[in-house]
Design a protein around this ligand. Structure first.
Ligand code: NAD
Ligand code: TYD
Length: 360
């Protein structure tokens, strides 16, 4: 195991009521019984306090939820005055490519300016301290599209295609600049597509599971041959914690599970698993697949080379993908109420991100 670089005591998790955030909060509280976690979230359409219900119930002494906006400098400064935060796990963001096509402004405001405000608050609060750490969570989408061969390494040049990935690229640059210019202790990670419990059903896997179960068409963009590299959210959280504690200051780590699938093959797998778990009397769920107009600027292939994370920090993804996919489908089947609440209050499953299309 790599040398310990940082010992967190009080962790601020931004975006804690979102998909990766709520899984990360659970992971942290379980990983270290001495840790205090401050969960911050604005509760946009994508975040829900219900995602943290068990955490708030089970850890009243070690966990606090704060509703706040990372773009609000005064609120961020207040938080640093109230809590002896020594670690930030920065996840808060607008995160959906299709929404960034219809309505990019929020992406620039939260992902770029919000990250800037948070960096400044940390810099002021931490002054010359070196026993602190800002960990920035980013995406492999900053690297743009791959052809049929090759994988993204930490040295791959940035070449983002969507307003979302461009805004995340900008935020990565800001974090590196604050590290190099002001000496703010910081690490970064760029990960591939996550899946698992609590993912908002606008993203491919939960959307397909929910639409399949509702008997609706399964909209596969373009020819369905775009490739994504899938990472189970709990595995991502364990990698993040490894980087926060053992990563080297100023360094970036790519996080992926070497698990590439074309979209159409992935959707077919979902249908096959649903045929086993919730069989329909006559037909397969695969009969609901429908090819639709492609996403504008749709990157063809993403694939992460996780060599640095494996060789330097000893991390690997332990459980076979098919089991993770089955667990995820079972979670959505078992949490129909959670899905229904989102569908009736926040997102009805309609197509997002067509040029000239309605704003969400
Ligand atoms: P998500 O959309 O589920 O959650 C984002 C959370 O941030 C939400 O709870 C939302 O309420 C909160 N938020 C948004 N704007 C805010 C603001 N101004 N102030 C405070 N909170 C705000 O996203 P996710 O999938 O959990 O992604 C988390 C992070 O991981 C993002 O930075 C994303 O770019 C990155 N990432 C995600 C994936 C993925 O596959 N999900 C892959 C790579 C990187
Ligand atoms: P998504 O979950 O939006 O993640 P990202 O764009 O960040 O990779 O989409 C994953 C892939 O699935 C991407 O290639 C677009 C495709 N996709 C569809 O084919 N149909 C859909 O309804 C959605 C939401 C995505």
């Amino acid at each position: 195991m790599a040398e310990l670089q940082h010992t967190p005591r009080v962790v601020l998790v931004t975006g804690a009521a979102g998909f990766i955030g709520c899984n990360a909060v659970r992971h942290l509280l379980a990983a270290d019984a001495a840790l205090r976690v401050v969960s911050l979230d604005l509760l946009t359409y994508a975040g829900s306090r219900a995602n943290l219900t068990d955490v708030e119930r089970d850890h009243p002494d070690r966990h606090r939820f704060v509703r706040a906006d990372i773009r609000d400098a005064a609120a961020m400064e207040r938080l640093f005055a109230e809590e002896p935060i020594d670690t930030i796990l920065h996840l808060a963001a607008e995160s959906h490519v299709d929404r960034s096509i219809s309505d990019p402004a929020a992406f620039l405001e939260t992902n770029v300016m919000g990250t800037y405000v948070l960096l400044e608050a940390a810099r002021k609060a931490w002054a010359e301290r070196d026993d602190v750490r800002f960990h920035h969570v980013s995406t492999d989408e900053v690297f743009g599209s791959l052809g049929a061969e090759g994988r993204f390494t930490e040295a791959t040049p940035y070449n983002p295609s969507s307003p979302y990935s461009a805004s995340k690229a900008a935020s990565d640059h800001l974090v590196r600049a604050w590290n190099r210019t002001y000496g703010l202790p910081a690490t970064l990670s760029n990960c591939s597509n996550n899946f698992g419990p609590f993912q908002f059903p606008e993203k491919l896997l939960p959307l397909m599971i929910c639409r399949a179960l509702a008997g609706e068409p399964l909209p596969v963009y373009g020819d369905g041959r775009n490739v994504r590299d899938w990472l189970y959210v709990a595995d991502h959280c364990s990698a993040l914690w490894r980087i926060v504690c053992h990563g080297v200051d100023g360094r970036t780590y790519n996080v992926g599970a070497e698990n590439e699938w074309t979209n159409i093959d992935l959707v077919r797998q979902v249908c096959k698993l649903l045929d086993e778990l919730r069989p329909k009397p006559t037909r397969s769920y695969a009969d609901q697949i429908s090819f639709v107009t492609d996403r504008p600027g749709h990157d063809r292939r993403y694939a992460i080379d996780p060599k640095r994370l494996r060789d330097e920090l000893g991390w690997h993804s332990p459980v076979p993908f098919r089991q993770r996919l089955r667990d995820t489908i079972e979670w959505y089947i078992g949490n129909a109420k959670w899905v229904k609440a989102i569908q009736s209050e926040r997102y009805d499953g309609r197509r997002l991100g067509l040029p000239g299309g309605q704003k969400p």
